[in-house]
Design a protein around this ligand. Structure first.
Ligand code: TXA
Ligand code: MG
Length: 333
């Protein structure tokens, strides 16, 4: 299959471009589109057959449920059997935006979307292209990140093509994603909301509007996020996590002395002031670091490094999403 790439204005999407993409979706095809987090791979969310195409194109295990994307909070009742008060509160505060809510599903949602489970994940993205596409398609879009399963998430159209060229009908190229990390996933089916995947919306931000939030998946059930499989979001190059800049500098020097092509990736700090090569120094601000992360990892994968020493940012709520993705990127299985 030939993948068509259509440029689209990220703030004022052209209606003819959106119309062409929506026609592909309505006919059961796959369209990758930008959101404020990462590129999504969209299909008609209430069609089991169209959604099967997503699993096939990504090589995604069928045990891993998908997010349904709506263009407005009023559409959730088409897919959610119940909309708990916490969901209402969180959506009112954070939608449209990088927050996914897990709620009881309606019968109209095919089992393939929810991996057979009784709940469905929904999100209203804060991106004009995503919302225009959902509106024009006239149905919620099932959309995982637009990458092959276990590989790095895409933050621009070039990343999507690296993994999916020839496997999907269309890519809407709306430039770079501003957020750069996948949405925060919160299960609101229980008494206390539970964050299943950290993202740009942090625990303190959630707790400020809905009180105490628990963190991490319960040990049983299908609702385990793939974020809980150790290896995920992974580059091919081996990454070694380091607690401090000094550790990374020492380890890289040792590896180089043994003839290895070693590289460093770290948030900016004074230890790296003198360093002008052999490293990718990212922002010391969590949101900016998050926006750069996948692009840097994609570039690292394009280079010929034997190993990359990655300095973990501090263990604080603002850095939780970045630490989570780095830890999974470093996992080998
Ligand atoms: O920012 C994002 O969330 C992006 C953009 C495209 O919206 N999408 C994304 O989708 O990251 P994906 O499929 O790569 O990740 C979806 C996450 C997984 O961790 C999955 O396990 C979890 O949401 N999830 C989906 N349905 C769930 C459910 N019913 N219960 C618990 N977790 C669920
Ligand atoms: Mg993903």
């Amino acid at each position: 299959m030939e993948t068509s790439v259509l440029k689209v204005d990220p703030t004022n999407p052209e209606s003819d471009v959106i119309g062409r993409a929506a026609a592909v979706i309505r006919s059961g095809g796959l369209v990758a589109f930008p959101t404020e987090t990462v590129y999504g791979l969209g299909a008609k969310g209430l069609s089991a057959e169209a959604v099967a195409g997503i699993f096939n194109a990504k090589g995604r295990p069928s045990t891993n449920p998908l997010i349904l994307h709506v263009s407005d909070a009023s559409e959730v009742l088409n897919v959610a059997a119940d909309w708990p008060a916490t969901a209402q509160t969180l959506a009112a505060r954070f939608w449209p935006g990088p927050l996914t809510l897990v709620v009881p599903k309606r019968d109209s949602v095919p089992h393939i979307v929810t991996a057979g489970g009784p709940t469905v994940a929904v999100r209203c993205p804060n991106h004009a292209v995503a919302r225009a596409l959902i509106r024009a398609a006239g149905v919620p879009l099932a959309a995982p990140s637009a990458n092959r399963s276990t590989e790095l998430s895409p933050t621009h159209a070039g990343h999507v093509l690296k993994g999916l060229n020839g496997r999907i009908a269309m890519v809407l190229d709306g430039g770079r994603c501003s957020g750069g990390l996948e949405s925060t996933v919160v299960d609101v089916t229980g008494e206390i909301p539970r964050m299943l995947r950290p993202g740009l919306i942090t625990v303190p931000m959630l707790e400020a509007v809905c009180g105490r939030v628990e963190v991490g998946a319960k040990s049983e059930g299908v609702a385990r996020a793939p974020g809980q499989m150790a290896k995920h979001y992974s580059p091919r190059t081996p990454l070694a996590l380091c607690a401090t800049p000094t550790d990374a500098l020492t380890s890289a020097a040792r590896a180089r002395a043994q003839g290895q092509n070693a590289w460093i990736m770290a948030p900016d700090s004074k230890e790296f002031d003198q360093l002008d090569e052999g490293a990718d120094i990212l922002s010391a601000l969590p949101e900016r670091y998050g926006a750069e992360l996948y692009d840097v990892l994609h570039m690292i994968d394009g280079a010929e490094h034997d190993i990359v020493f990655v300095v973990l940012p501090p263990d604080t709520p603002e850095w939780a999403a970045v630490r989570d993705r780095l830890t999974r990127a470093a996992a080998r299985e």
